[in-house]
Design a protein around this ligand. Structure first.
Ligand code: ATP
Ligand code: MG
Length: 270
């Protein structure tokens, strides 16, 4: 059979084709210095959750995205924080979203390594980014109460932002940003990570699906009045939303108790 295969030799018909291609992108990113070694493992943790959400965007994630976009549109100084994994997976979308929202991009890394900021800068610029913050290490200021490298932030970016969009964030820093009085919007496939629990708006979905959807929602909500945007935000309840995501996991596993065995029985002779 003649099947379409991509440059990684993954056939289109493979049930996990998208997931496998994403893995290869992350690996390439690591070879190019964009992604930290630990970024591979963090990606794997995300994949495991994605699996039990059925690898699709679920309704609570859409609700969170709408609240997130409304919040970002109404923000005075919004900022999008970029790390290696988000840059390699969604560079074009990061640039388009930042332009649509009028929000700057700041490179902010947990694992710093010689050349990594430059490598991320290059892929963002290749994707069309005109202004990128977080490039000049000597100019950075520090967020108190935080030990990790990510305490260092750009004085013109995260430091003065009122709303921070942090795809794939670490729990310690989410807490620190909250203590600094910022509104935090996170994307995290683990609905019970410290990031998810502490963020004001938690989008529990894969970053590769979230950014295209958020761009679409931005174009829609930009036509809304301030009143309408505020209503979307006040109607949104993050705790309830996370609980709905946990119910989705519970139901998925319940269904698998039956379905997984059906599959085994049907394929017993293969
Ligand atoms: P926390 O520090 O918030 O308690 P953690 O220590 O368990 O979380 P980290 O390694 O700090 O996890 O952050 C990685 C997080 O990013 C994980 O929770 C993982 O589920 C999530 N993640 C990884 N890849 C993706 C992706 N493509 N889309 C969305 N979330 C992802
Ligand atoms: Mg962590």
């Amino acid at each position: 059979m003649n099947e379409n295969k991509d440059k990684y030799q993954i056939p289109d018909s493979h049930p996990r084709a998208i997931s496998l291609r994403t893995r290869h992108k992350i690996i390439e990113g690591m070879k190019n210095l964009v992604v930290a070694e630990a970024g591979l493992i963090a990606h794997g943790r995300g994949e495991a959750f994605d699996y039990i959400f059925g690898e699709r965007t679920n309704p609570p994630a859409i609700k969170a995205m709408r609240a997130a976009v409304a919040t970002l549109i109404l923000a005075e100084r919004p900022i999008i924080s970029v790390n290696g994994n988000t840059a390699i997976l969604t560079s074009k979308e990061l640039v388009e979203l930042s332009e649509a929202l009028n929000s700057k991009l700041e490179i902010n890394l947990f694992y710093r390594k010689e050349g990594r900021i430059q490598a991320i800068r290059e892929i963002l610029e290749l994707a069309g980014a005109k202004e990128i913050l977080g490039l000049n290490e000597d100019m950075m200021v520090e967020i108190e109460e935080l030990e990790s490298n990510r305490r260092r932030v750009d004085p013109q970016g995260i430091n003065i932002a009122d709303v921070v969009f942090v795809p794939l964030e670490d729990g310690d820093r989410t807490e620190a940003l909250k203590k600094k009085g910022k509104t935090v919007i996170a994307v995290d496939l683990n609905p019970i990570s410290r990031t998810s629990i502490h963020a004001d708006i938690t989008i529990v979905d894969n970053i590769t699906r979230v950014l295209p959807k958020m761009i679409e929602i931005t174009y829609e909500l930009k036509r809304y009045s301030e009143e309408q945007l505020k209503k979307i935000i006040s109607d949104y309840n993050n705790k309830r939303n996370i609980q709905e995501m946990l119910d989705i996991i519970k139901n998925y596993i319940e269904n698998q108790k039956e379905d997984a065995f059906k599959f085994l029985n049907n394929n017993i002779n293969i």
